[in-house]
Design a binder for this molecule. Structure first.
Ligand code: ADP
Length: 396
């Protein structure tokens, strides 16, 4: 069974074609600059990479180009589009109703359109991508996999904010959580490694956007991202959690509109805002090693917030069996992992610093110290595979 996974952004569309019988990725690529001009990068294992300028006036033109490349005699990997059994679509937000992966019919599409206010950045392009794919591939099922749905089992006390309850009822302001597909994937892998499906697991997805999730018995019980992906630990350019009054204070003190204040917190804060150097953790780390005090401070603040969340989740779950690092920073940045895990032996978290330092980048590694009560693992995330798997399970 071949499944196409699509992740549509406002001016981009990422795709991967999976052969689910072998779990192999047959082809993957990226359409960029949709609505501007258009570039496609297409990769198939064992073949030369292909990059070309193609006019992409809209998402439909991009997906048509992807399909023509997939069936191309030289650059392609399938004989006909009919070999694609179903399409899985990544959605950042499924609202309260789409609380598990689902085949997307008219009702679901209507609901997704009704909640774009909750998700103004990712919702509209993902819907455009879905509509384009449905138009071009009308005879197959299209499945939505939602980043928020992993958190649908969280208890009310974990997702209701302590603000007037009417605001939740009226505007659906609550903690939703994001990166759920990634946390679900790595938490399941960790449970497999532990041989314990009931395990208490803390997963740290640390990338350009970062979030931390607590999972018990395969279900998320709490997570650091909230109403939007702005909450939680400091990120590349996002502030993460802060005293809410800071926002209104900045607006008044700097004479800014709500949108301008939002831009500061979303695009100019986090590692970039503190260091003044870059949103990329590698650049900040290099500057810190060279002695730049603000770069050093940025990394200290990042580690401080990650530790605080880990501690709070251990308290919430009354223990932890595994701590997992994933995504760009989690999979590759051994010094950050070491700094997070240092002085946590009280919680049973102890790593072998040498094993951690030598852990191959972007690969699975057990970096726990021999005899440590808690397993500390590095697990590469694979959201696309999870989307393909859900799509297969719902359509086969
Ligand atoms: P996104 O959230 O955009 O998917 P990623 O998961 O790719 O982001 O993570 C990007 C972050 O990971 C950047 O801060 C980058 O510095 C960091 N990163 C990526 N590769 C490495 C590496 N080899 N060593 C250290 N940090 C890395």
């Amino acid at each position: 069974m071949k499944i196409l996974v699509v992740n549509a952004g406002s001016s981009s569309l990422k795709y991967q074609l999976f052969d689910m019988d072998t779990e192999a990725v047959l082809a993957k690529g990226l359409c960029e600059r949709i609505g501007i001009d258009g570039i496609i990068t297409h990769k198939c294992p064992g073949k030369d990479n292909y990059k070309a300028s193609v006019a992409f006036p809209d998402h439909k033109a991009a997906i048509e180009c992807v399909l023509s490349l997939l069936v191309d005699k030289e650059k392609g990997v399938i004989g006909s589009v009919d070999e694609i059994s179903a399409v899985g679509h990544r959605f950042a937000h499924g609202g309260e109703k789409l609380n598990k992966s689902a085949i997307l019919g008219d009702q679901e599409l209507e609901y997704l359109e009704s909640i774009v206010g909750l998700n103004p950045l990712h919702g509209p392009p993902a819907i455009s991508g879905l509509k384009a794919c449905k138009e071009v591939m009308p005879s197959v099922n299209h499945v939505g996999v939602f980043d928020t749905s992993y958190y649908s089992n969280m208890e009310e006390h974990a997702y209701i904010y302590p603000i007037p309850y009417e605001l939740y009822e009226k505007h659906k302001i609550r903690r939703y959580g994001f990166h759920g597909t990634s946390h679900r994937y790595v938490a399941a892998k960790a449970a497999e490694v532990l041989g314990n499906k009931d395990a208490k697991i803390i997963t740290c997805h640390l990338g350009n956007g970062s979030s931390i999730t607590a999972t018990v018995n395969g279900k998320a019980v709490d997570t650091s991202m909230g109403f939007t992906p702005q909450d939680g630990v400091p990120m590349g350019t996002r502030s993460g959690a802060l005293d809410p009054t800071v926002v209104t204070f900045i607006q008044k003190a700097e004479g800014l509109t709500a949108e301008e204040a939002d831009k500061i917190l979303n695009k100019e804060s986090g590692l970039l805002g503190i260091s003044g150097i870059s949103s990329d953790c590698r650049d900040v780390s290099i500057a810190a090693e060279e002695g730049n005090p603000r770069a050093q401070l940025a990394l200290k603040i990042l580690v401080h917030h990650i530790k605080k969340l880990i501690g709070s989740y251990v308290a919430e779950m009354n223990g932890v069996d595994a701590l997992v690092f994933t995504a760009g920073i989690g999979e590759n940045d051994a010094p950050i992992r070491a700094a997070v895990c240092r002085e946590m032996s009280f919680l049973g978290i102890e790593i072998d610093e040498e094993v951690n330092a030598k852990a191959p980048r972007g690969s699975f590694a057990d970096i726990s110290k021999a005899g440590a009560k808690v397993k500390t693992l590095v697990i590469p995330t694979n959201e696309e595979y999870m989307i393909a798997l859900d799509t297969q399970n719902l359509t086969k």
